[in-house]
Design a protein around this ligand. Structure first.
Ligand code: SF4
Length: 270
């Protein structure tokens, strides 16, 4: 199988930090197919109608690249490494798409190339139990619920899980495993590049992601958040009052075509 992964050397994502991003699928159809192979419930034609990647910026970048209305060159891993931000410590494989369609050798080659460049790899598969099973030890198991977390960890996976947007702060699985909510969703100055807890080649806790993006909140809430942000309120205050995270607020702002302010620059309400 040839390699369907292409790379973007830098990103403006507050969530990940400025790190190389690997897209799985050279076309929209190929990326969608990888999510279907992994039987992800959040795939575009799945029950929940699209995860953050499919309803947000990664999907736009993929479609823009393929449509070439504003071409983004599909770069190789070597190009991405050469052009990366000098502060990058990790790379994200699977910004959109699921690595379950890759062979273990392909993922090992990506991991080793990144390692040689001094970078760790952050990646997840929804197909940990089936079509992505060959990637154990390389990527995180992406779980739909806490029971699945117990099953995957018992099998030797590092696991992550989707949590309710407004759920309790402290979460444990039925078998008593503690779930640590992703620090990038809790703390203003943490991103994946600083955290690295989802590097599945190292031991670590179960990581919980509060639902964000279009699937977690009704349209009125997203519109209200964007409106308040462009009128000068901080993403942190809006997030607290609307029961979401500042990362989600900033993602909604971007998805609405508005500009995200640099950190530490609150604006007065107009
Ligand atoms: S736990 Fe750390 S590495 Fe994983 S998604 Fe959150 S910030 Fe990124």
């Amino acid at each position: 199988m040839d390699n369907p992964v292409w790379w973007v050397p830098r990103t403006i994502s507050e969530k990940t930090g400025n790190i190389p991003q690997g897209y799985i699928g050279r076309t929209v159809e190929e990326a969608e197919a990888s999510c279907s192979v992994a039987a992800c419930e959040l795939r575009p034609d799945g029950h929940d109608g699209g995860c953050y990647a499919w309803s947000g910026t990664p999907s736009l970048i993929l479609r823009r690249t393929v449509a070439r209305s504003k071409p983004v060159h599909q770069q190789s891993l070597a190009e991405a490494i050469a052009k990366r931000h000098r502060g990058a410590r990790y790379a994200r494989l699977g910004t959109i798409g699921d690595p379950a369609i890759l062979t273990r050798d392909q993922v090992v080659a990506i991991r080793d190339t990144l390692r040689d460049a001094g970078l760790g790899m952050l990646a997840y598969t929804h197909g940990w139990w089936d079509r992505g099973h060959h990637l154990k030890g390389l990527v995180m198991a992406s779980c739909d619920n806490l029971e699945e977390v117990d099953a995957s960890v018992s099998e030797g996976w590092r696991a992550s899980v989707v949590l309710d947007a407004d759920g309790p702060a402290k979460v444990r699985t039925p078998e008593g495993r503690r779930v640590v909510v992703c620090p990038a969703q809790r703390l203003e100055r943490v991103d994946c590049n600083r955290c690295g807890a989802c590097d599945a080649s190292r031991p670590g806790p179960v990581i919980g992601f509060r639902r964000h993006g279009a699937v977690a909140h009704p349209r009125w809430k997203r519109r209200l958040a964007v409106s308040r942000y462009i009128h000068g309120e901080s993403s942190g205050v809006i997030a607290k009052e609307l029961g979401t995270t500042y990362v989600s607020v900033l993602a909604w702002v971007r998805d609405a075509g508005e500009t995200v302010r640099p950190p530490g620059r609150p604006r007065k309400r107009a």
